[in-house]
Design a protein around this ligand. Structure first.
Ligand code: ADP
Ligand code: MG
Ligand code: MG
Length: 897
């Protein structure tokens, strides 16, 4: 095995082995761009070192061989006393982890070679500046000395000299500073700063390896879901110097604006500076445009290189460069991060430039980015005071009064106040408060903290881990870094998409992307912004590519119409239980209490026309598109009064010697229907089989509504769906009864009706016997919520808020199986049921109506297993359309990163 690659040997596709930085340095080298020569030590070497505590035996010799070659090319040796070769030792993992790991510059300088460097460069100040930087960086990252000590010494030197910036220090000052730095090293690290250049290099390499496992690196990886076992590569790169005077400098640039996507010149440049000076803000940088004035030749060359990189990577790149006495050097590039809005704009711009095709464009955006663009947002124009920033844990913009406990959150929200629940961290006891609040703010915890997980599950705005805010729940207050105090009742605004926290109420504006989907803004219109235009085009690409159809979960005409505007191709789940609530509750109560057939039929007869009207409206809204109606699913007790409340009422009435006959009967019914575990009790098809007339009433309402719409020249396409079937026998009975009713309606109305009947697959047994069930079902709709509950034995309402965060932290799963389908377990049942069902009935229609239908990762899975459609809540439809398009045009399956 080979552990070291010269920059000329690698390429951009070797990120696993060479890390992102190393792979791209090699790519630039091969493109003929001016990259200082160097070599990369593989992640494999790092993994061996981290696993065994020792570097692989062959590494030392390989490094020596590559160093020899580097020295031969440069015509000087590492740390050579009269003319030293200097190198940087740079970390670089597969995925960029900004600021998480270490880099040391100017390796090879020592008490002797610093003088050689001074003579060779003719610039004593430069040589001592480079040396003090080496001791500072080496001391901090390799020897573990507290970096503040160096910074303080530097400040002291500037104070003594009465100057503001480091460039005003002269050679003599820097020489003194070096002596001071060396003393700090000796005192703090218990050893001298090493004078042997090879020892410097080897120690730095080990330090980079070790930096993979610092606490902050681990935390970052957990939050970004980067695997912990990748390790980092190490790049050894010949130094070039931006600190050689005013004709030198260093800068960073983007090939286009990472916020808007606009093409142009975006970047910062700093004269007479090295490495991180640009981003560290030690002096004011100038814009790249300014560089044109300072050094036109380098500027032109930089523009040329940026164009080369964009055309080569066919994407926005960000770069680091250094100019050494008028000579431009490239030190890093990568495909750059960007905002969600820029991702859409850049993808369409690149299509227009002919650099990528539509399929590739779809891989450049994600459903999560689209979802982000659909949240209402804070008005950017508004004057706001930012008081902190945390982790953007669950997107959205929330405004409300600060409350510091769950009880107050519930109490205040009941009286009509909007509240933000502020906690140090949340736990299951906070659940009520979280539900009541507009948003949740915590000062501790990351993306897998309780607050984050539960808020995402509820679709509630959440910012967590805003560490500079000191939350004191006992005294119901929060202290800001500047000492000011936010009391209970003060208004806060939190932005779950950026992690920002503001004092006061920031005005919220609707997302232009939602305005577009709602049809209130048109992509072609003059005032439509570029973002809307780009989203419009990307959606068109996705719709052209996708195989999966997208339907909506919608229970009424209003939702159905919105879903249609958002692009729904039908309703995949209409829940009829909502039609049994409100002022119809009384009728349902009478149905449940009925002692005789006559009483029961009476109440069913009254429900029938109401149900029929519901369906007429729904069919009208979805005219020409399929509407899947699920017959009644929840346990009946959900339609009855709460058992405790009712018991109290009855007891009080009895005490007053005024017993109420009806309430007594009600209480008896409630007791009779009470179940230990309603989720697994009398519900779904079981209800249809034991409550005579219930399902047939619903089927009749559907059939009559369809007939009515046909009479009105409409095109109703009803699909009747039976929930919670576990065995084909259940379905057969319902099917036969339904068939009779439909025949009756047909005869009665004289209208030819095409109604299909199918079932949900939401119990493991249904999935396991799908081949049999398909004999009685014209379609399957996977109810992946209940299927996940029953496959895992999780009661969702109970487990998500209690132990899921512990499971996530222990890595038992990376994401809740209720959020993203569990491919190996639940997914296997779905896959097998698809195969078995189609074997029995080749034209079986297959869909999914669980919440997974709108989850990006899950949509890819449903595409792979060959479902016909996914169904999700109206707001998620655009995301599902986009992801279905991405799934159909991705060659690599489902790499979403
Ligand atoms: P990071 O991954 O944190 O950006 P880098 O390894 O890119 O760390 O290095 C930190 C800084 O030092 C960057 O500004 C980089 O451009 C600069 N740098 C790294 N190697 C060299 C070199 N050989 N010559 C000059 N500057 C360098
Ligand atoms: Mg860098
Ligand atoms: Mg269900």
């Amino acid at each position: 095995m080979k552990f070291v690659y010269d920059f000329t040997e690698g390429n951009k596709d070797l990120k696993d082995l060479l890390g992102g930085k190393g792979a791209n340095l090699a790519e630039m080298t091969n493109l003929g761009l001016p990259v200082p020569p160097g070599f990369t030590i593989t992640t494999e070497a790092c993994r061996t070192y981290l696993d065994s505590g020792e570097e692989p035996a062959a590494l030392r010799d390989e490094v020596s061989a590559h160093l020899d070659a580097l020295e031969a090319k440069a015509g000087k040796k590492l740390g050579q006393a009269d003319d030293p070769l200097l190198v940087s030792v740079r970390s670089g993992a597969k995925f960029s982890m900004p600021g998480m790991m270490d880099t040391v510059l100017n390796i090879g300088l020592s008490d002797r070679s610093v003088r050689g460097l001074a003579k060779q460069s003719g610039d004593e100040r430069f040589a001592w500046d480079s040396y003090r930087r080496l001791i500072q960086m080496f001391g901090k990252t390799v020897l573990g000395v507290d970096g503040h000590l160096f910074e303080e010494a530097l400040e002291a030197a500037k104070r003594a000299k009465k100057v503001q910036v480091d460039t005003d220090l002269e050679a003599a000052d820097l020489k003194k500073l070096v002596a001071g730095f060396k003393k700090i090293v000796r005192a703090e690290a218990g050893r001298d700063f090493p004078q042997d250049p090879r020892e410097q290099m080897d120690l730095a390499i080990h330090a980079v390896f070790d930096s993979w496992n610092t606490e902050r690196a681990k935390l970052y990886r957990r939050q970004e879901r980067i695997p912990h076992d990748l390790g980092t590569a190490v790049n050894v790169c010949s130094m070039v110097f931006g600190n050689l005077g005013p004709d030198s400098g260093t800068g960073v640039a983007f090939t286009r604006d990472p916020a808007s996507g606009h093409q142009g010149v975006y970047g910062d440049y700093l004269q007479n500076a090295q490495g991180e000076d640009v981003v560290a803000g030690i002096r004011n940088t100038v814009s790249l445009a300014e560089l044109e004035r300072i050094d036109k030749k380098s500027y032109d060359r930089l523009m040329e290189i940026m164009a080369t990189l964009e055309n080569h990577y066919r994407d926005l790149c960000d770069i680091e460069f250094t100019i050494e006495r008028g000579q431009l050097w490239m030190l890093q590039t990568r495909v750059g991060k960007r905002t969600a809005g820029a991702a859409f704009r850049i993808a369409t711009q690149l299509v227009d430039q002919g650099l990528i095709d539509e399929a590739e464009a779809l891989q450049r955006v994600t459903g999560a980015q689209l979802a982000q663009l659909m949240f209402p947002r804070f008005d950017e124009e508004a004057k706001t005071e930012r008081i902190g920033r945390g982790i953007a844990a669950s997107p959205g913009a929330a405004v409300g009064k600060a409350v510091f406990d769950s009880y107050t959150a519930v109490k205040w929200s009941r009286s009509g106040e909007q509240v933000i629940l502020v906690r140090r961290e949340t736990n299951p006891d906070d659940l009520d408060g979280m539900i009541a609040a507009e948003g949740i703010l915590t000062s501790r915890g990351g993306k897998t903290s309780h607050a984050a997980v539960v808020a995402r599950g509820m679709g509630k705005t959440c910012v967590c881990g805003a560490e500079e805010l000191e939350v004191d729940t006992k005294r119901r207050r929060m202290t800001l870094p500047d000492g000011r105090v936010v009391e209970e009742g003060d208004v806060l605004s939190i932005d779950g998409s950026s992690g920002e926290v503001y004092l006061g109420a920031v005005p919220v504006v609707p997302s232009p992307v939602v305005e577009y989907f709602e049809g209130r803004m048109h992509a072609g219109a003059d005032d439509a912004d570029e973002l809307v235009e780009a989203v419009h085009r990307m959606m068109a690409f996705a719709d052209r590519k996708r195989r999966l159809r997208v339907r909506a979960n919608a229970d009424n005409a209003e939702d159905a119409l919105r879903a249609r505007r958002f692009g729904a191709q039908g309703i995949g789940l209409c829940r009829t239980e909502h039609m049994f609530l409100g002022d119809r509750r009384g009728l349902v109560e009478r149905l449940i209490l009925a002692d005789t057939d006559a009483e029961r039929e009476e109440s069913l007869k009254e429900l029938l026309p109401l149900q029929r009207q519901d369906f007429v409206e729904l069919f009208e809204a979805m005219d020409g598109l399929p509407v899947t109606i699920r017959l009644l699913d929840p346990p009946l007790h959900e339609f009855l009064p709460d058992i405790t409340e009712l018991s109290v009422r009855v007891a009080l009435a009895e005490a007053r010697k005024d017993p109420h006959e009806n309430e007594l009967r009600l209480l008896q019914a409630v007791h009779r229907l009470h179940e230990q575990n309603p989720m697994l009790g009398l519900r779904g098809v079981r209800l249809g089989l034991v409550v005579p007339g219930l399902f047939t009433m619903q089927v009749r309402a559907i059939a009559e509504a369809a007939a009515e719409r046909r009479d009105a020249k409409g095109d109703p396409r009803a699909e009747i769906m039976i929930p919670l079937v576990g065995t084909v026998q259940e379905l057969e009975i319902v099917r036969e009864e339904a068939g009779q009713v439909i025949a009756e309606v047909r005869e009665h109305t004289g209208v030819e009706l095409k109604l299909s009947l199918g079932t949900m697959i939401e119990l493991p047994r249904a999935a396991l016997t799908a081949g049999q069930i398909a004999e009685a079902a014209e379609f399957f709709s996977f109810g992946t919520n209940d299927l996940t509950q029953t496959v895992w034995g999780f009661s969702r309402d109970d487990v998500e808020a209690s132990f899921f965060t512990a499971y996530l932290e222990k890595g038992i799963f990376g994401v809740s199986p209720f959020e993203t389908i569990d491919r190996d377990g639940v997914g296997k049942l779905v896959r097998d049921a698809v195969t078995a069902g189609r074997e029995t009935r080749p034209d079986l229609k297959l869909g999914v109506c669980g919440e997974h239908g709108g989850d990006p990762e899950s949509v890819h899975f449903f595409h792979e297993v060959g479902l016909d459609y996914v169904s999700c809540s109206p707001f998620r439809i655009p995301v599902a359309r986009l992801e279905a398009g991405r799934a159909a045009s991705s060659s690599t399956g489902s790499d979403h990163r």
